[in-house]
Unconditional design. Structure first.
Length: 712
């Protein structure tokens, strides 16, 4: 555009807006070039705004705009004169150049109209806020933006005050709702619905206000604990991880140590003892740093339990004794009773039943003194296991029944399932399969009801053993396989190796030695991985039996000797006598009667030392088999009758039946058919009652003896 002076006007000008023309009063001249136009227009002519002495019309200090042009602006933009004046004032304050007037006027007018429209539709239930916003709208129409801003601030202040008051109410409500959900969680626990309880704990944690971090961490911990109780470890772990993050954020060291302890329980349940030990050592370090003696004692006890599971009994005992010392120092009677119980299990593993019983009786006394009914029931059950190991089944059954009564009194469903399982084992060794199954099915039902997957797996396993004892291998095998599936689902490596072992033994008795070895070797791999020395020794013994049945006595002997070495290293006297008995039988088969007798007598000595009456009866039977093939029937019968007396005392029907059969066979060899028929008849009668797998063989033997008698 060419620059023109203010006195060089000629012709009439036009102002164009959106294609329409607004008539002007001659040319409107500016003092300099206009970059762009005040209004968008059509055509190529310049659009000028009057200024200076030669301009037409009176100036009003709006960038020197004449009243006439000002009026056209107001009409075109559809705003009041006051509003338009305020627009120019804003542009002057913001030092908008003349070249940008048109664009900026339109921009400001657009915001102005949008705001007025908003203020015509105020969304508020507060009449004062509505009034203030109406007054603000009026001020805006008048161009009094400062006043409008002040009125809007007052409206905001009222809203903020209401928000603050509402937030206080909401906060109280959120806390109340969280507490209600916590109450709901406890209600579910009463009904043993632990998974549902966990859901309520999680809702409680989510409802809490942001600043209630410790409470949220506590609720998340409880939610994880309830899932842990039903072996839903994959669900419990992330909840505990969230709890741990919060505790570390707020520097809750005691809470952090607790969560680390919890992590250890999951790793322990899965058989990952290395990870469990790492967590426990971290927890122990924190407990000692913060001087939490009670927590330190608990963690030491947990480390002891871990070493016990790994069969490192001496190390386990060291930690448990430290835990016991702390419990006594701080007067923690409950912790003392629990630790005494755990120490007893070390001596039980060493087959030192006398010492084990001493600790258990101390534990029982404390639990009764402090009215710890749950602990009392556990102690009674463990004392029962000592008597069961010693073959005193009557005493064991009485104790298990006392334990069961207490569990039912306190509605301890988990403990009730354990007591029912223990009772079933007494009936099993007595050959009363019907009662054994009845108790196991009750136990299984409880574990399923409360969602205790490890307990369910154990019950299925033990039911399988009943069917296996009866020779019903097709019924036993799927139960062991269900146990295996559960263990793998929950990551229970110790249970998995047990299930694999049992499946292997089923294939062994079915004569499928290749499959049996495959399962037993898988079991052995896991046992070595988790350092289950006790299980490793037992599995090596089972593998030995496979090779023995295949006639590979050298390999069988090698595995049995490896088993014996481990049992002696870990001090497992019961396992040692089992390995000795197995080695003795291999030598007996090979005709090495002197060696066989030496090993079997060592086994018998241990059984009598540890009062393993059940094992003693079995070994006496084995010793008789050393004398029988040498023609020393009198000595063989002496051992067999000792064995029979023990089995009858114990109520061990299976042992009584086998021993009666063996006695009958010796009498048949001696030609004493009347005595042979008497003892074999006893064996058949018992086998019929309990469904013994050798029933048909024994019936054939009885018919053979009777036929001989008729022929005689």
């Amino acid at each position: 555009m060419k620059k023109r002076k203010s006195d060089e006007n000629s012709g009439s000008g036009t102002i164009t807006q959106n294609g329409s023309t607004v008539a002007g009063e001659g040319g409107v001249t500016v003092g300099g070039d206009v970059q762009g136009s005040v209004y968008p227009h059509s055509g190529n002519g310049d659009i000028n705004i009057a200024e200076g002495e030669g301009a037409i019309g009176k100036q009003v200090n709006n960038y020197g705009i004449s009243p006439e042009v000002f009026a056209r602006y107001a009409g075109d933009l559809a705003v009041t004169d006051a509003a338009l004046s305020s627009f120019f004032r804003v542009l002057e304050e913001q030092q908008v150049p003349r070249s940008g007037l048109d664009c900026k006027l339109r921009e400001v007018a657009g915001h102005y109209k949008e705001l007025l429209l908003r203020l015509e539709t105020v969304q508020s239930e507060d009449s004062q806020v509505v009034r203030l916003k109406e007054e603000a709208r009026q001020a805006i129409e008048l161009g009094d933006y400062a006043k409008a801003e002040e009125l809007q601030n007052q409206a905001e202040a009222r809203d903020l005050q209401a928000i603050e008051e509402q937030e206080k109410i909401t906060r109280k409500r959120r806390i109340s709702a969280a507490e209600t959900n916590a109450d709901q969680a406890h209600l579910q626990r009463i009904q043993l619905r632990y998974a549902k309880a966990s859901e309520y704990w999680q809702k409680a944690a989510a409802l809490l206000p942001e600043d209630k971090k410790k409470k949220r961490a506590d609720h998340l911990n409880e939610a994880g604990y309830d899932l842990h109780r039903v072996a839903r470890y994959s669900g419990a772990l992330p909840l505990w991880e969230q709890s741990l993050m919060i505790r570390r954020e707020i520097c809750d060291r005691a809470g952090e140590a607790t969560i680390l302890n919890n992590f250890a329980t999951i790793a322990y349940a899965k058989g990952d003892y290395t990870a469990a030990l790492t967590y426990l050592e971290q927890s122990l370090k924190i407990q000692r740093e913060i001087g939490n003696r009670a927590g330190e004692g608990t963690t030491l006890g947990n480390i002891g339990a871990l070493y016990h599971a790994r069969c490192d009994y001496a190390i386990a005992l060291k930690y448990l004794e430290q835990s016991l010392t702390i419990s006594r120092e701080i007067g923690d009677r409950e912790g003392e009773g629990s630790t005494l119980n755990n120490i007893s299990q070390i001596y039980k593993a060493w087959s030192d039943y006398t010492t084990a019983l001493t600790y258990l009786e101390q534990s029982l006394t404390i639990r009764r003194e402090i009215s710890d009914k749950k602990g009392e029931g556990i102690a009674l059950g463990n004392i029962g296991q000592i008597y069961e190991a010693q073959g005193d089944y009557a005493a064991a059954l009485h104790l298990y029944e006392q334990s069961l009564t207490i569990c039912r009194e306190i509605d301890g469903r988990d403990e009730e399932g354990t007591a029912l399982n223990n009772i079933s084992q007494i009936y099993r060794v007595r050959g009363d399969s019907a009662n054994a199954l009845k108790y196991l099915e009750q136990s299984l039902s409880i574990y399923r009801e409360i969602g205790n997957k490890p307990g369910e797996g154990t019950a299925l396993n033990n039911i399988g053993q009943i069917y296996q004892t009866q020779g019903n291998y097709t019924a036993a095998l799927p139960l062991y396989e269900q146990h295996l599936i559960i263990c793998r689902e929950i990551g229970n490596k110790a249970g998995e190796d047990c299930a694999l072992n049992n499946i292997g033994n089923i294939h062994r008795v079915l004569g499928d030695y290749a499959a049996a070895l495959a399962y037993l070797e898988q079991s052995l791999t896991i046992q070595r991985e988790i350092r289950n020395r006790y299980g490793e020794g037992a599995t090596l013994n089972s593998i030995s039996l496979i090779y023995q049945l295949q006639g590979d006595y050298a390999t069988a002997l090698n595995y049995a000797e490896q088993s014996l070495t481990i049992q002696r290293q870990i001090g497992d006297r019961a396992g040692e006598d089992c390995a000795l008995s197995n080695i003795g039988n291999i030598h007996r088969i090979l005709g090495n009667y002197a060696a066989a007798l030496a090993y079997l007598e060592q086994s018998l000595t241990i059984q009598r030392e540890i009062r393993n009456r059940y094992g003693e009866g079995a070994t006496l039977n084995c010793i008789s088999q050393v004398y029988q093939p040498q023609g020393d029937y009198a000595t063989a019968l002496t051992y067999l009758k000792q064995s029979l007396s023990i089995h009858q005392d114990l109520g061990n029907k299976a042992g009584e039946a086998i021993t009666s059969w063996n006695i009958g066979m010796i009498y048949e060899e001696q030609g004493d058919l009347a005595q042979a028929e008497q003892y074999i008849s006893q064996a058949v009668e018992i086998a019929e009652a309990m469904g013994h797998p050798s029933l048909e063989t024994w019936r054939e033997g009885l018919e053979r003896v009777r036929a001989k008698r008729r022929g005689a």
